[in-house]
Design a protein around this ligand. Sequence first.
Ligand code: ARG
Length: 463
Amino acid sequence: MNDGESPLWAGRFSTPPAPQAHALGRSLHVDVRLVTVDVAASIAHAGALQDAGLLDAREAAALQEALAAVGDDITSGRFAFHEADEDIHSAIERGVIERLGDLGARLHAGRSRNDLVVTDLRLWLLAAGDRIDGLLASLAEVVIDRAREGAETVMPGTTHARFAQPVTLGHHLLAHGWALARDRERLHEWSVRASTSALGAGALATSTLGIDPAATAERLGMRRPFANSIDAVSDRDFVQEFLAVATICATHLSRLAADLARWTDESLGWAELDEAFSTGSSMMPQKRNPDTAELARGKASRVAGDFVALTALLQGLPLGYHRDLQEDKEPAFDAADTLELVLTALTGAVTTLRFHPEAMREACAAEGLYATDLAEALVRDGVPFREAHRRTGELLKRAGADGRALADLTVDEWKEFGIGDGAALLDPDRSVAARTIAGGPSPDGVRSQADALGEIVRDPRSE
Ligand code: ARG
C-alpha cells in the first residue's frame, strides 16, 4: 500500500498486496457510484444488529448518523479517499471507523462485502430501472401524440424496404409505441424479481449472530430477503436479466432511430430532423446529418455487448463469490447510462421532428401499392385468392409492358379484369380506410390504438 495502510484482511497476512495486484483489484473508480445505496444498506444492517442485541439504540443511531455523514462527504466531494481504499464499501467503513473508533468497527458484524455488494447493486439497478421506465413513458407519450397527429397521413408501408401497401404514419409510429410499452412491462417484471435483499447472507453461509434478513429487506423497501445464502452471493441473474431487458429496449430504440434516419433521407424526404438534433459536416457545407438517430442506432450494439460481457463472465462460474463478479458493475452501469442517454435524445428528436405529409402522399402515387387491394376486390367477388393474385400480376405486367398507368385503364379494361371501377381503388385514403380490422392502419383504428396505448402508458399496470 502506498500510504502504509492495511487492507481489511491484514490480520492473516504478513505482506501487503503488491501495488500491481492492488491496482488490478481496486474498483473504487467504478463502484463509487454505489455510495448512496451502500450507505442505505449499511444503515439497514445497523438496524439488524440492534434488533439482534449487538448494539444498543444509542450505538445504532450513532452508527447510522456516521454512515449518513460519510455518505454526504463522499457525494459532496469532501471525503478524502486513500489509495488503500479498495472499493466504496471499504472506504465507507473506514470513514465510519475514523469517526467512531471501536463503535465503527462493530458495523461489519454478520455481513460481508459479498452480500453487501449484491444488495447495493440491486438497489442501484432498481432506481435506474425506475428512471428508465419514466423516460420510456415520456418517449411513448410523444410517439402517441405524433401518431394522433398522423392518424390520417397516408404513406407507403414497406416490406424489404420496398413499397408494399399504403399505411398511415400514425399506424407506423404506434408500432414503435407498442414496443416501448412492452419494454416497460419487461422492466416492471424484472424489478419484481430483482427486489430481493441479500443482506444477512454474509460471505456465503449467513452468520451465528441472529440477525433477521427479512427485517433488513423491509427496512430497504425490498420485496423479500434471499431464500438461500449461497444463491444470494453467487448469482447475478438480476444483472443479466436487466441487461437482457435493456438490450431488447435498445434494439427497439435502434429501429425507431433507423426509421428516423430513413424518413429524413433526402431521397424520401418524408421528414426532417430539427437542426438541434442534426449535425453538420466539417468539410461539406451543405450537409445536415442525422447523427442523433445514427448514434441511437449504434449505441444499441454497446448495450448488447454489455449483456454478452456479463453472460460470458457468469458462464461456467462455480457458485460462491468469485472476484470475477466484481466485473458485473461496468456493464450494468454502462447499459443504464446508455439507455438514459439514448432515450432522452430520441425523445427530443421525435418531439421536434417535422413530417412532410405531402411527400408521403406523393409517394403513394406508386400504383403497385394498390395491387393487393385489386386482388382483394376480386376475392370479395368470389374469385379464389391465387387466381386473383395471378390476374392482378398479369394486369401489372401488361400495363408495364405497354408503358401505361393503371389509372388510365378504361372501364372496359377494368370489366375484363373483373371489377367495376378499379381506378377508384388506386387511392391511399380509401385503401387505409378500408382496413377497418382492429390493429390495422385506418385513421379510426389509429385513434383507438392511440387511446388504448395511452391508457397503458399512463397506468402500465391497468391491463
Ligand atoms: N468490490 C467487490 C465486488 O464488487 C466487493 C466484494 C469483495 N469480496 C471479496 N470476497 N473480495 O465484488
